[in-house]
Ligand binder design. Structure first.
Ligand SMILES: [Zn+2]
Ligand SMILES: [Zn+2]
Length: 144
């Protein structure tokens, strides 16, 4: 649709540029150990998009990919090491890290994989033990 807004993002050095269009399917924080170990940060602020709404506009050959599981293809810039996306083929969604698309208003709706947290965040948002039922998880909420 022509009314959909397009936002620009780029890696740390700018060798890779991309756009996202429209509204994310979901936004929140992931507390899983995979996100933590890969990002070297305590939580991952995610925005999930249908893959066809994410377009690499520069430096596609500069994108590296690593996957420990088949449902998380983690991508980064080969020049600066800056993280870009995680493709989740099983969910048909791409996680674009909220930090690299600053013009998208980050409005987190939930915490996922909260059972693995090392940084409890008491902001009143639902704390999914793992992930919601519709994404193949238990849908169980943790309460503090
Ligand atoms: Zn880069
Ligand atoms: Zn995670």
């Amino acid at each position: 649709m022509s009314t959909e807004k397009t936002h620009k993002g780029k890696c740390f050095c700018g060798a890779v540029e991309f756009t996202v269009t429209g509204e994310p399917a979901a936004m929140g924080y992931c507390h899983c150990s995979s996100c933590r170990e890969w990002s070297a940060g305590p939580v991952n602020a995610f925005t999930l998009w249908p893959p066809d709404k994410v377009k690499v506009t520069k430096g596609v050959a500069n994108i590296g990919v690593y996957h420990r599981t088949d449902n998380s293809l983690r991508k980064w810039c080969k020049t600066c090491g800056g993280h870009l996306f995680t493709d989740h083929p099983g969910w048909k969604l791409t996680d674009v890290y909220a930090a690299i698309i600053p013009s998208v208003q980050f409005e987190p709706a939930l915490h996922v994989n909260y059972q693995e947290t090392v940084l409890p965040m008491k902001d009143g948002l639902p704390q999914q033990k793992d992930v919601p039922k519709e994404m193949g998880g238990s849908g169980e909420l943790l309460r503090e």
